[in-house]
Design a protein around this ligand. Sequence first.
Ligand code: GAL
Ligand code: CA
Length: 269
Amino acid sequence: TYTQDDPFINAMTDKLKSQLKIMENSNMKVIVSVRNGDNDQREQDEIVAEMIDAGCDVLCVNLVDRTAPANIIKVARQNDIPVIFFNREPVHEDLAQWDKLYYVGCDAKESGDMQGEIAAEYIKKHPEVDRNGDGKIQYVLLEGEAGHQDAISRTDCSVNTLIENGVQLEKLSYQFADWNRGQAENRMTQLISQYGDEVELVISNNDEMALGAAEAYRNSRISEDKWPAIFGIDGLDDALQAIKEGTMQGTVYNDKEDQAGEMARLAVD
Ligand code: GAL
Ligand code: CA
């Protein structure tokens, strides 16, 4: 994995382990070892080489840098170890280098479209989201990571779907927060000091950052009736809880069960 600090990736990794366990039989034991690259592609390259030396049969790689799989592909190929990349998608040219390279991930476009749909529906049902009554929704967008396929598509599709559904938007700010709750809280705290209670909608590329934004409001002087509507993506437990409590307004399920299931099936094949 690219880091040990990403709750979605950790949840998916746990699912992968349990899926693989289910697929064991009298002829085949499955031994899984998990290592993280600590946000450093070179470190991840070294770990992959170590795992190959240790005798692995299949590699599942959640790249640190999705544009830099070359070293991993090279050693895997030399040792004839198939690689299932997941969640951080190598570009087509890299995946086409060898026929034992695979990719499993979500359809980012679809999660963006769905986020736009639920946000538009919510805004129509709750006209009070437009707090200053100017007919436009002042919004900020929290982006996962520059160059990440999910961040790019989710941002585009979510905003376009809102517009297609007749919501007039006014962009206040786009901020990168590395999918991370703490970073998003910091960014949002800065935005609150800049815009006060003007933000009416927060669109976040994932739940962790949405929860960070909610936390920033909780720690601010802005009274609860002036908090924006906040939407995430992933459908993690903490976000579902926040939606029940009313500090987030919606999320889109990123199907970690099915993605882990496909990886397990592919690995065993
Ligand atoms: C996304 C997911 C984020 C984060 C990211 C890491 O698909 O929604 O929460 O885990 O992958 O690459
Ligand atoms: Ca407004």
